[in-house]
Ligand binder design. Structure first.
Ligand SMILES: [Zn+2]
Length: 430
């Protein structure tokens, strides 16, 4: 652990922009961020010890670097907290580019599913893949995330839908993230779909739910999963089934989060509030009652605007209503091969502003502090301030706005994780 006492400073930054605090930010506070022009940051033993003006930095630490201090030039650049991607499905095999084009040619999701496409095809490919192959895919997706500024992410199982295949996905996450700069928090999602072989009748489905509750979730919890998730949706798992799966997860020590009100107003948001979920995700069809329930119980709304665009839904989650109701909003990629194939949070941040009407400041909070809070790590990550881990992203631009204003390119030039420079001028160092 010789790195423990390392010092890394980022000097002469054009600017710094960060939300502040150790809790999720909601309402008008979601858009209140700290901006410093002419900034500097100091990270010692992996943690931020200074974030302020260059002048104040020089007053406290002097102009010249101390022996052993790493100095990163921030000239012309803006420092932001490391991005946190709070909803991904990265352990998968097989692509669905054909159905992407079929949708553009007029086929519906239902027609694609009836001809063997959709999630079922990803399940088949993922079940057939070796652990080594899945591990390599996880690693390459984490590499891309890092180059786009993500320093922590959540990742789900849910393409196995049987015990051994779900465990294989989880192990691919464990092996693929070993020694990787991106921290991965794992979610058990055997309740992503009803497996094809269990769709014959109600009894078969009930038997699969029993298997999820009694065998698969305990096995995934034992190997390091931290959250339990379910696709609570008309035609997938109804409210009672979702409640059962989430409760079973809770009794193995997993924290509930769920896919809620994505395609129909089923009441997933209310279920999230009732069960004490940390996050309810998607929420395109959330009702007024759902918004009120979430606001009362402090559930974070994790919104996935890239999915709305990718599926050409002509609809987004009502982000402005959620913020007005005092619900903290996070934004994530939903990275998966069927409904949102991107590792880039800056790309999704663009859709959060243009599509959902978030301000740039609200969007920054959504992909940093609030996303960290939805993973239970707001005390440690999600902002640039003393006591937080030294996760900092530099964009090669004079102000925060360029994160989304200059769209369709990767604005990230440098990434620091736990006080170590891991991406420099767009190139991976470690
Ligand atoms: Zn999802």
């Amino acid at each position: 652990m010789e790195k423990r006492h390392d010092v890394l400073s980022i000097r002469n930054l054009s600017s710094l922009a960060t939300p502040e605090g150790f809790e999720p930010r909601s309402g008008v506070a979601q858009g209140r961020i700290r901006r410093v022009s002419g900034a500097a940051i100091r990270i010692e033993a992996g943690h931020i010890t200074f974030a302020g003006t260059e002048e104040e930095f020089v007053r406290q630490f002097g102009e010249a670097p101390h022996p052993g201090e790493t100095v990163v030039s921030g000239l012309g650049k803006t420092a932001l907290p490391g991005f946190v991607d709070a909803h991904t499905h990265i352990p998968w095999s097989g692509f669905r580019e054909g159905e992407f084009n079929d949708r553009l040619k007029g086929q519906t999701y239902a027609e694609i599913a009836a001809s063997g496409g959709g999630i079922v095809s990803t399940v088949a490919a993922t079940r057939a893949a070796t652990l080594a192959h899945l591990t390599a895919s996880v690693k390459s997706r984490l590499d891309l995330m890092l180059l786009h500024g993500t320093t922590c992410c959540e990742a789900k199982t849910g393409y196995g839908l049987q015990k051994e295949a779900e465990l294989k996905q989880l192990r691919a996450l464990v092996h693929g993230s070993e020694g990787h700069p991106v921290t991965v928090e794992m979610t058990a999602l055997p309740g992503h779909e009803v497996p094809l072989e269990c769709r014959g009748d109600a009894q078969q489905k009930a038997a699969y739910i029993d298997e999820c509750c009694n065998e698969i979730l305990p096995a995934l919890a034992a190997e390091g999963a931290r959250f339990v998730d379910v696709f609570c949706e008309t035609g997938v798992f109804d409210l009672a089934e979702s409640r059962r799966i989430l409760s079973a997860g809770k009794s193995c020590g997993l924290v509930p989060r769920l896919h809620a009100d994505e395609l129909t107003p089923l009441g997933g948001a209310e279920l999230a509030a009732e069960i004490g979920a940390i996050s309810a995700d998607h929420l395109l069809f959330i009702t007024r009652a759902g918004i009120e329930a979430m606001a009362r119980s402090g559930v974070i709304a994790t919104l996935l605007p890239g999915t709305s665009v990718f599926l050409r839904m002509n609809r987004y989650a009502p982000a402005r209503d959620l913020i007005a109701a005092g619900i903290p909003v996070a934004v994530a990629t939903d990275c998966n091969p069927g409904s949102s194939y991107t590792e880039s949070l800056p790309a999704v941040a663009f859709f959060a502003t243009i599509g959902m009407g978030l301000t740039v400041e609200e969007t920054l909070t959504a992909i940093t502090l609030n996303a960290a809070a939805s993973l239970g790590m707001a005390d440690e990550r999600g902002s640039i301030e003393p006591h937080k881990a030294g996760d900092v992203v530099l964009i090669d631009a004079p102000s925060l706005e360029h994160l989304v204003y200059h769209y369709g390119v990767n604005p990230v030039s440098d990434v620091v994780v736990n006080g170590r420079l891991v991406v420099s001028s767009g190139r991976r160092l470690l």
